[in-house]
Design a binder for this molecule. Structure first.
Ligand code: F6R
Length: 261
């Protein structure tokens, strides 16, 4: 995997937005896999700035969701579908017809999960999947000890993740659902390019385990080590526990510019 250490979250967002813009130049109808949470916001801001300035063309781009709360109606302001509509689709000018996501309000959740895996495959698979990382090493909502071969399915959130996410529900943990639908780790690994962004010292232990630890279900993000094209973009805080930080800096500084991420 490639590790790129950037000075701050905004530079990370800019770098990844450029990779997305480049992908869209090569493949205008690329399927972009997007994450929610705070970390990816600089990416979406930087990409929509490029779209406004004519530096990126999203007129045929498609977007796929990574995970969704179970039991929240789609129109709930904190359903991930609503969040993505606000933070990604509208700023990028992408209509809902070019959006794929699981149905978190389905009566038959298992069928909704299987339908979503099928829909991703039918759409030709995700070209670039943007990921955040939990303080416990989760990707999507694959909490520690999720199978590294898992498919899209229902998962129970850890208390830590519910505490972390209570900030989106007026600080009230009681409002945070216990269950989610998440793309499985096996599903995520099928994307052609994985790009994980982590910012802040709070993510430093999870990043070190992901990059320099063993591949182990206890740190779901470590599965990125199995992917032929995985990029981990970290700011100084998130990089602060990496033993090989100098090596990563050196390698990236000498990378041929034309390669991109
Ligand atoms: C959400 C998701 C999660 C978040 C992770 C980090 O779609 O996939 O894995 O990326 O919980 O969240 P933030 O970025 O808010 O720290």
């Amino acid at each position: 995997m490639e590790v790129v250490i950037v000075p701050d979250a905004e530079s990370g967002g800019d770098l990844i937005a450029e990779a997305m813009a480049r992908l869209l130049r090569q493949k205008p109808d690329a399927l972009l896999g997007v994450a929610t949470g705070s970390t990816p916001l600089p990416v979406y801001r930087a990409l929509s700035a490029r779209v406004r300035a004519g530096g990126a063309d999203t007129s045929r781009a498609r977007v796929a969701q990574l995970d969704e709360y179970v039991g929240l109606p789609a129109e709930h302001p904190e359903s991930y579908r609503s969040v993505l509509r606000r933070e990604v689709l509208e700023p990028l000018g992408i209509p809902m017809e070019r959006f794929l996501g699981p149905d978190g309000a389905a009566e038959d959740v298992q069928a909704a999960c299987e339908d979503y895996d099928r829909a991703l495959a039918t759409a030709g698979g995700v070209d670039l999947q943007l990921l955040g990382i939990g303080t416990d090493g989760h990707i999507g909502f694959n909490e520690p000890c999720s199978s590294l071969a898992s498919r899209t399915r229902i998962k129970t959130l850890t208390e830590q993740t519910r505490v972390d996410n209570a900030r989106f529900f007026e600080g009230d943990i009681e409002q945070v659902p216990h269950h989610v639908i998440t793309q499985g780790i096996g599903t995520i690994l099928e994307a052609r390019h994985l790009v994980l962004l982590a910012t802040g010292e709070g993510k430093a232990d999870a990043v070190a385990a992901t990059v320099e630890g063993p591949v182990a279900a206890v740190c779901p993000a470590s599965a990125l080590q199995l992917h032929p094209h995985a990029t981990v973009v970290v700011d100084e805080g998130a990089a602060s526990r990496l033993k090989l930080a100098d090596y990563f800096r050196h390698t990236y500084a000498h990378k041929p510019h034309w390669q991109g991420l």
